[in-house]
Design a protein. Structure first.
Length: 163
């Protein structure tokens, strides 16, 4: 069993308050999309407040919403984000959120059973913004294997190509 799982954070700056008519469809889809994530293969955990979503959790500012979750691997998260009904909502993001000039999504590996904090996630996002993709903070486009996957690959390479 792999010893690491994939954590992800994405943030979005609201164009208007959640209670506004403009955001009504976004809010109306939260329960459905959160349930879809929870039922998706590879889903482990997601950040949520007492209401069952994370819209009241605002560590990045009053008008910035967060989504944070943990998945078994990159492939599982990618399938959910880009090959499920989630993509319908994703395509509409410009109706609800500002276009962000800086990185707004980050991926990183966490030990199995670790649940990242918003502070930890903010540090990973800051690292991505400052240094670009690294083993500590990366993106779908430039990802890195889990630490234990790298060890496995090194052992296999040593068996095939001894020093």
């Amino acid at each position: 069993m792999p010893q690491y799982q994939l954590a992800q954070l994405n943030i979005a700056t609201l164009l208007e308050p959640l209670e506004s008519p403009r955001l009504a469809d976004f809010v109306a889809n939260l329960d459905r999309i959160n349930a879809l994530a929870e039922q998706s293969p590879g889903f482990v955990w997601r950040l949520e407040d007492e209401a069952g979503d994370a819209t009241a959790i605002r560590p990045f500012g009053d008008n910035i919403v967060v989504n944070m979750s943990v998945w078994e691997d990159i492939e599982s998260l990618h399938a959910y984000a880009f090959r499920s009904a989630h993509v319908e909502v994703l395509r509409r993001r410009r109706e609800w959120f500002e276009n962000m000039s800086e990185a707004y999504a980050v991926l990183w590996w966490v030990p199995r059973d670790h649940r990242p904090t918003t502070r930890e996630a903010a540090e990973r996002l800051a690292s991505l913004r400052e240094h670009g993709p690294t083993v500590n903070a990366f993106t779908f486009r430039k990802s890195f294997p889990a630490p234990d996957a790298q060890v496995t690959n090194d052992i296999e390479e040593q068996a095939i190509f001894p020093p």
